[in-house]
Design a protein around this ligand. Sequence first.
Ligand code: NAD
Length: 494
Amino acid sequence: MHIIDHWIDGSATSAHSTCTAPVYDPATGRPQASVLLAEPSDVDIAVSAAAKAFESWAESSLSQRTRIMFAFRDLLVRHEDELARMISSEHGKVVDDARGEIARGREVVEYACGIADALKGSFSDQVSRDVDVHGFRQPLGVVAGITPFNFPIMVPMWMHPIAIATGNTFVLKPSERDPSASRLVAELYAEAGLPAGVFNVVNGDKVAVDALLEHPGVAAVSFVGSTPIAKHVHERATATGKRVQALGGAKNHAVVLPDADLDYAADHLTAAAFGSAGQRCMAISVAVAVGAAGDDLVELLERKAKAVRVGPGGDASSDMGPVVTDAARERVINAVARGDEQGATVVVDGRGCTVAGHEDGFFVGPSLLDGVTAEMDVYREEIFGPVLAVVRVETVDEAIALINSNPYGNGTAIFTGSGEAARRFQRAVRIGMVGVNVPIPVPMSYYSFGGWKDSLIGDSPIHGPEGVRFYTRAKVVTSRWPRTEAAFSFPTSL
Ligand code: NAD
């Protein structure tokens, strides 16, 4: 069976790793490769290579870094088909959806192509007699990225293009469920002319993550994944003095008002709840139907959920592929069962879904539950599967209160024809990313991405200007080129 190895210091290597984990094809339910699981000593080799590379990479010119980013961007375009199929075969999502994540990741590379502008410093002339001040930002050193399975290209690309373009070197620990795309990215960076050691991939699990968190050679850690692990990463890495950004899980609500175009809202909710089998951090998992919107909305959602074509991600006629593992499938099935037991109405039941010719695949169909309340497990837990819970409320204010009392705060959306309601909603919700008639409001690469509350531990959102700030530290230089003699009195602004 094919072994997915590491990429360290410009070449493929197994380093000291002997343990492996299976990488499944979720559409067949069968292992298709094995991925190496790094030992702490492998992590050390990668961090040492990155530290060595940092010495020269931090001295590289902005022009050189920009040229490499442009070349890398072109290679991503040329390899899009290969990458999309690779993602689909390990993650399960449909190929067009994988293309979508590649495009969104590439936009961060495009932002990094303009790094010279983003890194411009500041200058104040004559702050005191014959004294000038200028400020600029410098890279941190070796930075690590630890990423989830659900966007194997896009989420790492929220990190490494900006880290590298700002002069850092990078060690990526991708998800062990779908690691191949990251290995190909390493090869594309090398082809684009990135020097050895600037971008490294260490495959592995918790052992590799903990080794990165403890390693004294790592200056900063970017993490995206579930909230409990985000909290662990934040706690451990800050305890060892590292800068940390840690994005966690989500429970995203979409509020539908009676004055919305309900057919439009139902179309978008169906795609946002069941696209990628609900395994998106910005997936809509709760529809909050306000007042008279409820009955018509549920009827429309039922019809549209039943029309979702479930099948292998590589099949062009599928709207939705399998979930990533058998354990994920079980989790979804149990969540729907608990919703049923706790009093929700299961309007569409995805539990019995099978796909002809793929009976062992990790398939589960779309599920729609009505009459869900804030006390039920199906509302409280992040299911991370194709389950849409409908909560009914009477007013927009009730909807806002529900959203604000939820511990997660990643994304939310409102569907309405009222500018007044939309404006009130966007100002009042305690959520990091808000959509108005847009169900999945993932910010463009020149803004930053980040939730509030338990969806982001610490205070650093990712990519865009916040990414540049995260991967650099500020320095301020006060300079004088005197013609006069030095004085012993304390300097004043004369
Ligand atoms: P996960 O938290 O299980 O894994 C994320 C990373 O942490 C992986 O690289 C994994 O190897 C590592 N890891 C897992 N368990 C660990 C442990 N005990 N100690 C140290 N490291 C560990 O997440 P996942 O299942 O891969 O991804 C889905 C989760 O990610 C969902 O909760 C989803 O909401 C979240 N997510 C959030 C965002 C966001 O922007 N906020 C984006 C994508 C995914």
